[in-house]
Ligand binder design. Structure first.
Ligand code: NAD
Ligand code: GLY
Length: 365
């Protein structure tokens, strides 16, 4: 097992990464203020891992009730959030009852937001079971739900007490979901870690074959990157926005195509290639850089061509991005591979570059 820390002063918390952690009550117990938890999971992950986690906790004298939600991005909404509250209230969950999110990013984001708001805040623990959740969404305290008009538009920053990433759970993850997680892994290399990007280029086939050592290294390096960024800028007043490379375009793709049709990681992959195309048109990346990026995403089994939503629809969705300031969209761009920055478009020439990206770098059939 490897352990990292998200260094947030008196709210610092550990990320444990390794095999068999679902059996480790000793890692959970120090973080419980009451020997009572509510495990939130879904109809896919529940049958795989709920009984085991419950047994681990029961053996340590912890009472665990379960909330089993429908599975899918299209359920990351108010109605599903309310199912969690219904259950907590029905079972008279208290302020010291810890919520445990057992699942992927959808369960983590929903559970975190429920924890942030139930009785004005109860403790919570992330037990991520997708690659995407283990490398990104379980770390850093962004929680929330989607709105029909925009992705992740309602939520709260609320940090967990602990992240427990059992790498063995990835054995049951469908290939498409593994690839979706790799999109966020590649992101860290692109925005701030060129040696990691090069390592990914050398090891992508191992990752796709689920080589345990390679996956564990990729998870650890991703979490190290994320933990550093979050510790420096918890509430995204600066560098944390870089973690959104490809997300301005990607969220538009997810919303525009209907939640659940393009996976989050798939939207991030194609969205990152749009951000790369824009970075090239603005004079930062070379065509060779963009092709190098596309080759890596392709080897990770990810789509590199964004759907043609139409310039107007893209602009509409992106106008609701959380990085918009004074009505201006701010983009995460690449100055070079391994270095990202955030900027609004300065003049008509740069606007024309964006129009060209949205019209020419998308899937034109
Ligand atoms: P997900 O939660 O929908 O999980 C993907 C699928 O895999 C689901 O069907 C799930 O039930 C299933 N699954 C989960 N674990 C499994 C396992 N071990 N074996 C078999 N099946 C398993 O999707 P995701 O990719 O984990 O997360 C995407 C969500 O995360 C999006 O809503 C995105 O907005 C959010 N996100 C949040 C942050 C953040 O910082 N909070 C960061 C990135 C993404
Ligand atoms: N996934 C983006 C962030 O956590 O800031």
């Amino acid at each position: 097992m490897e352990t990292l820390t998200v260094d947030l002063g008196d709210r610092a918390y550990p990320i444990h990464i390794g095999p068999g952690l679902l059996d480790r009550a000793d890692l959970v117990l120090p973080h419980l203020v009451q020997k009572r938890v509510a495990i939130v999971t879904n109809t896919t992950v529940g049958p795989l891992y709920l009984a085991r986690l419950r047994q681990t906790l029961a053996d340590a004298g912890v009472a665990a009730e379960a909330v089993v939600l429908p599975d899918g991005e299209e359920f990351k909404n108010w109605e599903t959030l309310n199912l969690i509250f219904d259950d907590l209230l029905t079972h008279r969950a208290e302020r010291k009852t810890t919520l445990i999110a057992l699942g992927g990013g959808v369960i983590g984001d929903l559970t975190g937001f429920a924890a942030a708001s139930y009785q004005r805040g109860v403790p919570f623990i992330q037990v991520p079971t997708t690659l995407l959740a283990q490398v990104d969404s379980s770390v850093g305290g962004k929680t929330g739900i989607n709105h029909p008009l925009g992705k992740n538009m309602i939520g709260a920053f609320y940090q967990p007490q602990l992240v427990l990433a059992d790498t063995e759970t990835l054995n049951t993850l469908p290939d498409r979901e593994l690839s979706a997680g790799l999109a966020e892994v590649i992101k860290y290399g692109l925005i701030r870690d060129l040696p990691f990007l090069e390592w990914l280029e050398a090891n992508m086939e191992k990752l796709m074959a689920r080589d345990t050592q390679a996956l564990t290294y990729a998870i650890r390096r991703s979490c190290e990157n994320k933990a550093e960024v979050v510790a420096a800028d918890e509430k995204e007043s600066g560098q944390r926005a870089l973690l959104n490379l490809g997300h301005t375009f990607g969220h538009a793709i997810e919303t525009g195509m209907g939640y659940g049709n393009w996976l989050h990681g798939e939207g991030v992959s194609a969205g990152t290639l749009l951000a790369a195309d824009l970075s090239r048109r603005l004079g930062y990346l070379s065509q060779a850089d963009v092709e190098r990026m596309a080759a890596l995403f392709r080897r990770a089994g990810l789509p590199v061509l964004a759907p043609n939503l139409g310039e107007a629809a893209y602009m509409d969705y992106m106008g609701l991005d959380k990085k918009v300031e004074g009505g201006k969209i701010r983009f995460v761009l690449l100055r070079k591979l391994g270095e990202a920055f955030v900027a609004a478009l300065k003049d008509e020439g740069e606007q024309a570059a964006l129009q060209a990206t949205l019209n020419e770098a998308v899937d034109r059939g």
